[in-house]
Design a protein around this ligand. Structure first.
Ligand code: SF4
Length: 740
């Protein structure tokens, strides 16, 4: 409706995985305002501060508006034809000389579903390489593997309604108040309305979340692996489990242990079916015997009595308990195991698939679920939970794509860390980066930046602003963003949300999907993308939707999403959404009378894994005596490329600082606002000290954020990764801390 000449349209927020609905006000071809959409079921009209200033994120003075090509040390303006012809020539040359695995595409959980789908079809079905990755490898890969090896299907059984309906919330290393602010306000709303609601914050750092919690439980870095095992030990020891639920729904398994953290190049590990041993419940109980609360106290720092208490919280049949986690668990060198252990708490106690009591893995990016996971833009995945290693899956994908099944390689492509190491090794000749900023966000950043600077690979970057990645590119392409194009995102709670284009992108900017299809034509794969110019986004989505039908991930027709504020899949035959999966009460893939049925798991039984304690890849020592942890903050989005252009957000937080515990600071002679040098085995940076600010790490730890492009804090981070998920551990490495 028009109001003061402003036309309002609906869209999901551009930023985080919460997926708030916003109304976008357009006047004179520009976005003049955004506001929380009162009809938005996620946020009920609320936005966080990033959301309130969404409109300004697109109007920074330095928007990229024309393609740029490197000529020596200069970037010169070029036409689209010149830029795309050059990219295609470089890709063709690399493929001719070194084969299809010498090229790659690195995308994003901020890609729309259409962009991710076209990227996947082009790389896997056209070029014939699985060297396609999303930046979601850096944030969600551990969650994905744990969903798959526990439930046989990715993404949660519960939804945001659980935040309104539960009475106990246990946060495992999640600063929801800053990283998922609108969801946190929903949880707090429940708490304020219902005095019985209890919030327990288990973390290595006191945050704004802690201020609203009933209880803060300090835990040592990596201590979750010990504490969770000990809680399970008590649940088993004191028979706090739900025997009938376990007997009907759970099978016990043990995988391969002592897998390496991938610190050496090409150090590969894969858990094959031959590595997995089935256990009886009794065998599992016996394996859990050594994990006593007293033992866990030493490793995790949580007092044994508190571990007993936590076991009683999970085991209390009268309580509706929810576990919530995000990067603290996923960016972890045993991230999959920690996810597995949290699921074990819910599987043993039967607190799952019920309104108000579920485990909920929170996502970071707006379409980490919709695009990276559901479309399957990881190096091993195909749409709708399928994988390239499976012949039947490749055949199904090839059938829908209209390519020979042999075209899709069975060999898993390079995962993110290896992809950028392969540039350093000179093995990857071309990489195209879209909608992400890896030369700020990757771990062990010095290595990957030096590799890029050496010009060993031809690097293309599509973005909307100059970034720390565009500065290293051979070609920079100006992209359209958010409502400058049409798209679909999928959020944390399986909600698929569509929006239409509302304004033109500046200058010659073009949306990423157009860029990819124009490139495909030059590569001889144009026939794969026979979409009409008008209705292209609908056509791409409808083709992708074929992958989902009948799989338990069923999507609605595109036209439905155009009308509603999103729907949570699986969408039923009558067009309504599913709030709780695997339950006859809500999921039409479960027949009446079946109760709960984990229909994607083998024999309908989910897997509870024995996951022992193993130490992290690097621990503090005499030379590097502190733990170093990175994370997000409320005002800025990831590497700050958009929020850094919003004057109000830049004024609110202008630089990354390093948080110290007051006693550590005193001992080191560091006062608030002093300059502090942080040094790891990989790099050294100087940051301003923040003591007693919004966050306080536990003694022996320091914390900083990664949004500030002037402070490349990821130069410090270790590139060790979880051997199962290949997700790097941004939450812990060893550093020394000195007054600069
Ligand atoms: Fe956007 Fe996330 Fe803030 Fe909601 S909570 S307004 S989705 S950044």
């Amino acid at each position: 409706a028009a109001e003061d000449g402003i036309t309002w349209g609906k869209a999901p927020c551009r930023y985080c995985g919460v997926g708030c609905s916003v109304l976008v006000g357009v006047k004179g071809g520009r976005i003049v305002s955004t506001k929380g959409d009162p009809a938005g079921p996620v946020n009920k009209g609320l936005n966080c501060i990033k959301g309130y200033f969404l409109s300004k994120a697109l109007y920074g003075k330095d928007r990229l508006t024309t393609p740029l090509i490197r000529k020596g040390n200069r970037m010169v303006e070029a036409s689209w034809d010149e830029a795309l012809d050059l990219i295609a020539a470089q890709y063709k040359k690399a493929i001719a000389e070194h084969g299809p695995d010498s090229v790659a595409l690195y995308g994003s959980g901020q890609w729309t579903i259409q962009e991710g789908y076209v990227a996947s079809k082009l790389m896997k079905g056209g070029i014939g390489t699985n060297n396609l990755e999303p930046n979601a490898r850096l944030c969600m890969a551990s969650a994905v593997v744990a969903f798959m090896n526990t439930f046989g299907s990715d993404e949660p059984m519960g939804c945001y309604d659980d935040l309104d309906l539960g009475d106990t919330y246990v946060l495992w290393g999640a600063n929801m108040a800053e990283a998922h602010p609108v969801l946190f306000s929903r949880l707090i709303d429940n708490k304020l309305k219902h005095p019985k609601v209890k919030l327990i914050d288990i973390a290595t750092r006191r945050t704004r979340t802690t201020k609203m919690a009933d209880e803060f439980i300090a835990i040592k870095p990596h201590g979750d692996l010990a504490a969770l095992n000990a809680i399970i030990h008590v649940i088993l020891r004191d028979k706090l489990y739900d025997e009938a639920f376990v007997a009907k729904h759970v099978s016990f398994k043990r995988g391969k242990e002592n897998a390496p953290y991938g610190l050496k190049d090409k150090e590969a590990f894969n858990e094959t079916p031959a590595d997995v041993k089935n256990l009886s419940f009794e065998e599992y109980k016996a394996l859990m015997k050594p994990y006593t609360p007293q033992w866990a106290q030493k490793v995790s720092g949580i007092p044994a009595a508190k571990i007993e208490e936590l076991a009683r919280v999970y085991g209390d049949k009268s309580r509706k308990v929810n576990s919530l986690w995000t990067m603290g668990v996923n960016q972890h060198s045993r991230g999959v195991w920690v996810n597995n252990l949290i699921y074990n708490l819910h599987l043993l106690t039967g607190k799952i698939c019920k309104p108000g009591e579920n485990p909920l893995s929170l996502t970071g990016q707006p379409s980490a679920c919709g695009t990276a996971r559901e479309v399957g833009t990881f190096a091993h995945r195909l749409p709708a939970d399928m994988v390239v290693m499976n012949e039947a899956h490749r055949k199904k994908a090839a059938g829908i794509w209209g390519v020979p099944a042999e075209k899709i390689p069975a060999k898993v492509g390079l995962h993110t860390v290896e992809m950028f190491r392969a540039i350093d090794r000179g093995e990857l000749k071309c990489i195209w980066i879209q909608c992400t900023n890896p030369f700020q966000s990757l771990p062990n950043l010095n290595r990957v930046r030096k590799a890029a600077q050496s010009r060993k690979a031809f690097i293309v970057v599509s973005d909307i602003y100059p970034t720390r990645s565009t500065e290293l590119a051979d070609v920079v392409l100006p992209s359209a963003s958010w409502v400058e194009k049409e798209g679909v995102f999928g959020n944390t709670e399986r909600r698929t949300q569509q929006w239409f284009k509302m304004v033109n992108a500046p200058g010659k900017s073009k949306e990423d999907v157009w860029q990819l299809i124009e490139f495909a034509k030059r590569m001889g794969h144009g026939a794969l993308f026979p979409y009409p110019e008008k209705g292209m986004h609908r056509a791409i989505f409808e083709e992708y939707r074929k992958f989902t039908l009948g799989t338990g991930k069923d999507l609605a027709p595109y036209g439905t999403y155009a009308k509603v504020r999103g729907l949570r899949w699986p969408v039923k035959a009558n067009g309504t959404e599913t709030r709780w999966r695997y339950t006859e009460a809500d999921d039409e893939h479960v027949a009446k009378g079946e109760g709960i049925k984990f229909y994607k798991a083998p024999n309908n039984k989910v897997s509870a894994w024995f996951r022992p304690y193993e130490p992290p890849a690097e621990v503090p020592d005499r030379n590097y005596p502190f733990w170093f942890c990175t994370g997000r903050l409320l005002e800025h989005w990831h590497t700050g490329t958009m929020t850094g252009r919003v004057p109000e957000l830049r004024r609110a937080v202008s630089q990354a600082t390093v948080e110290l515990h007051p006693e550590d600071a005193k001992r080191l002679g560091i006062r608030n606002r002093d300059q502090v040098r942080i040094t790891s085995r990989r790099g050294s940076i100087v940051l301003t000290a923040e003591i007693g600010g919004r966050g306080t790490p536990e003694r022996g730890s320091v914390f900083t954020t990664f949004f500030d492009e002037k402070k490349l804090v990821n130069e410090i981070c270790i590139d060790a990764f979880d051997p199962l998920s290949k997700e790097p551990d941004f939450k812990k490495c060893a550093v020394k801390v000195q007054k600069a």
